[in-house]
Write a protein that binds this ligand. Structure first.
Ligand SMILES: Cc1ncc(COP(=O)(O)O)c(C=O)c1O
Length: 381
């Protein structure tokens, strides 16, 4: 019995194999996949007969509402895009730090938190400063130590994709703001699994793609932009939807909305946005705090089981720096071979660089951890 009362019907695939790979692609919430299919079939059969202008507007409005509840923000502070990378790219050109300025991040960050800024830096001549990870761990103090009076942006992956390290957002917001910099958080590896209160933490921007811990589809992502910051940003990507009145199709002028939807610029795979809304509403209903606790208890059992068997756990173990991502190294064994051995037993984990990565989520149960540990026994035998 799942302690969160998640039923097999909510995530049917969770009963077909032992899926511990949400940091790669999570299983999609059934309500989300049903909604996507229904939308696609309706448009295929009826064109815009049902999906008229007001229906199109409702798609974004409903995702704004769901995203606002997820990040404890207001709907005006949320916008929708097709991927985390797209939203960060538009933001990077909007912020466009000038020559002499610097952007601080970590060398272990998923490239989405760095490449868009590096592209802008190539254009303006600003500097990219990356804190160096040692044995996969970034010292938060060392990262903060790179922030100075010329820092314009601190770009952080809330949870690191290959080590599971989680940063204290409030502490980083304080460090950034002390130097008049903004904190931009890529929450693709945390949103849906780790509670995020963007206004309370003082974070300026939070971005999350839909297909990982949010249990939604590829093709939809959300971004929170603080109301203080929003009006000073001219989006890097613009199109007919960038106009405050999207139905005023007038190529001679553009008036941006006063809220975060200024970052919405085009049509999109609307079914994906509808699916993401359904998934986020489901997670909000279950409760992110409860999901966090559930995932931590699975991660706890996995960590102690691995350590009992002499496997080296390489992800952080302190409560403040942990997430549901657990990484490990098996002495004398190649991590990609170990990952294959799990797959042969129908247990899905990932190999990232030199570690095996486990990432349980709300649909997993203790029996999945037991199955993974039995497989570890077989691998070590
Ligand atoms: C931290 C992080 N950010 C962003 C992405 C990619 O996001 P998207 O595909 O929405 O651009 C990933 C994918 O693994 C990731 O781990």
């Amino acid at each position: 019995m799942n302690p969160l009362s998640i039923s097999a019907a909510d995530f049917p695939a969770s009963r077909t194999c032992t899926y511990l790979n949400s940091a790669n692609v999570a299983l999609m919430y059934r309500g989300a996949s049903d909604a996507i299919i229904a939308w696609q079939q309706d448009v295929a059969a009826n064109g815009s007969n049902n999906f008229d202008e007001s229906a199109e507007e409702a798609v974004f409005a409903e995702l704004h509402d769901a995203g606002a509840r997820l990040f404890s923000a207001t709907a005006d502070d949320i916008c929708v895009g097709s991927s985390a990378t797209e939203l960060i790219s538009s933001l990077a050109w909007a912020a466009m730090p000038p020559t002499g300025a610097n952007i601080v991040s970590a060398d272990i960050a998923f490239p989405t938190a760095v490449y868009p800024w590096a592209r802008v830096a190539k254009h303006t001549g600003c500097e990219i400063r990356l804190a160096e990870a040692h044995r996969g761990y970034v010292d938060p103090g060392a990262l903060m130590g790179l922030i100075d009076e010329n820092t314009v942006v601190v770009s952080l992956s809330h949870v690191e994709y290959r080590s599971g390290q989680r940063y204290d957002l409030a502490a980083f917001a304080e460090a950034a703001h002390a130097h008049n910099a903004i904190l931009v958080v890529d929450a693709t590896q945390s949103a849906g699994a780790v509670p995020i209160d963007a206004p309370a933490d003082g974070v300026d921007v939070v971005i999350a793609g839909g297909y990982k811990w949010l249990c939604g589809p590829f093709g939809a992502a959300i971004m929170y932009v603080s109301p203080q910051l929003c009006s000073s940003l001219e989006p890097g990507l613009v199109g007919f939807r960038s106009n405050a009145d999207i139905w005023n199709i007038d190529a001679t002028q553009i008036v941006y909305p006063g809220n975060a939807s200024r970052f919405e610029f085009s049509t999109m795979a609307y079914g994906c946005a509808i699916g993401l809304t359904s998934a986020i509403e489901f997670l909000n209903h279950v409760g992110i705090e409860s999901i966090f606790d559930h995932n931590q208890s699975l991660a706890d059992a996995l960590i102690s089981g691995l350590m009992d068997r002499g496997v080296e756990v390489t992800s952080p173990r302190s409560p403040a720096e942990r997430s549901a991502i657990v990484t490990a190294q098996f002495a004398g064994l190649d991590s990609s071979d170990v990952t294959e051995r799990f797959k042969e037993s129908d247990i899905r984990v990932a190999c990232r660089q030199d570690v095996v990565r486990f990432s349980p989520h709300l649909y997993n149960e203790m029996v999945d951890i037991e199955a993974a540990l039995s497989c570890v026994d077989a691998i070590l035998a």
